[in-house]
Design a protein around this ligand. Structure first.
Ligand SMILES: [Zn+2]
Length: 330
């Protein structure tokens, strides 16, 4: 592999930021989830650990690079919420103090990735702040954030922000073509994943068509009878990634209802739910769609932010709104 290329090619520009040796110890990589921030940050980490090349370049040949590739580098620490835990705990930050203040095993940098930063508990965050304020020598913090705006100012002000932008569709398409043999699914995945290549890749390799079919089945049943309310409220939140997507599809369906009403003849976002959207547009007032659009979008925001909500209750309350506003059996 050429040293200057990254496996997430749309971040070439961001990679150049790290080309020369930098004199800072903390970076926040911020951007939406599903675009490859973690993959990119791991590559930067490997570069900072490599002894042979300056900046965040990795030679891919030295002992450090080899150990990193084997997930076995003694000066590399990846901190994320422990299994079945929602947050990064104060204990996890305490465990870092020893390696932070001791010299590195391989005589080069020590690199700490925190992923994602907003998952730190309040106590963990307070404790970590002290490390940021008085950074130990040769320690570099690579901090990943999907929700930069929610981070404490005290932390933000001590790290350099690196904006990670969403790639465009052409870039995602080229990349997807290298990731999968299921070429026929690429267009659908591109449309459904909304500019998130890693979500698209997951869709291409899994059963995206089935997911969409299930969604249409669930939503028509909900509108027709409402009988599946409890089942859907329990099932959907079990997979957080597709949960957000389903909520987006609900908004898209409402937008298509409004298109039928106000912009007849204009292309719908989704043809496969045309029978539902055209039926609804003929039988309900646009106020109902606007109302549900607002409810659905705020539910999406809730799921996308990290409050300790009971997901099934939140979804259930939204679905009740749907049944009351556009249900046929009400
Ligand atoms: Zn190396």
């Amino acid at each position: 592999m050429n040293n200057s290329t990254v496996s997430v090619p749309w971040f070439e520009k961001e990679k150049r930021v790290f080309k020369n040796p930098l004199n800072h110890h903390a970076y926040i990589f911020e951007g939406v989830e599903g675009i490859g921030k973690t993959v990119f940050t791991l590559e930067i980490a490997k570069g900072f650990l490599c002894n042979s090349l300056p900046g965040a370049e990795a030679c891919n040949q030295c002992q450090s690079c080899r150990l990193f590739d084997q997930f076995n580098h003694p000066d590399f620490y990846l901190i994320k919420p422990e299994e079945d835990k929602k947050q990064i705990s104060i204990n996890q930050i305490r465990k870092l103090q020893e390696p932070l203040y001791e010299s590195s095993f391989l005589g080069s940098n020590k690199v700490f990735i925190i992923n994602p930063l907003e998952k730190m508990s309040r106590e963990a965050s307070d404790s970590f702040l002290k490390n940021l304020e008085e950074p130990p020598e040769n320690s570099i913090f690579l901090l990943i954030s999907h929700r930069y705006q929610t981070l404490p100012l005290t932390i933000k002000s001590r790290a350099i922000k690196v904006n990670m932008n969403q790639p465009d569709n052409e870039q995602i398409k080229t990349w997807l073509n290298l990731q999968t043999d299921h070429k026929s699914k690429i267009e659908t995945a591109l449309l459904l994943s909304k500019g998130k290549p890693f979500v698209a890749a997951e869709m291409v390799n899994f059963e995206i068509d089935d997911l969409r079919l299930d969604f249409i089945k669930d939503i028509s049943e909900l509108i027709k009878t409402g009988n599946n309310l409890l089942e859907v409220s329990e099932q959907w939140p079990k997979d957080p990634m597709t949960m957000l997507l389903r909520l987006e599809w609900m908004s898209d369906l409402l937008m298509d209802c409004l298109r039928h009403r106000f912009l007849p003849g204009q292309n719908l976002t989704f043809q496969d739910s045309d029978s539902i959207s055209s039926y609804l547009s003929q039988h309900f007032e646009s106020d109902n769609f606007f109302y549900l659009l607002e409810k659905t979008n705020s539910c999406w925001n809730l799921f996308n932010s990290d409050t300790n909500l009971r997901a099934d209750y939140q979804l259930q309350s939204l679905l009740v709104d749907w049944i009351e506003s556009v249900g046929l059996a009400r």
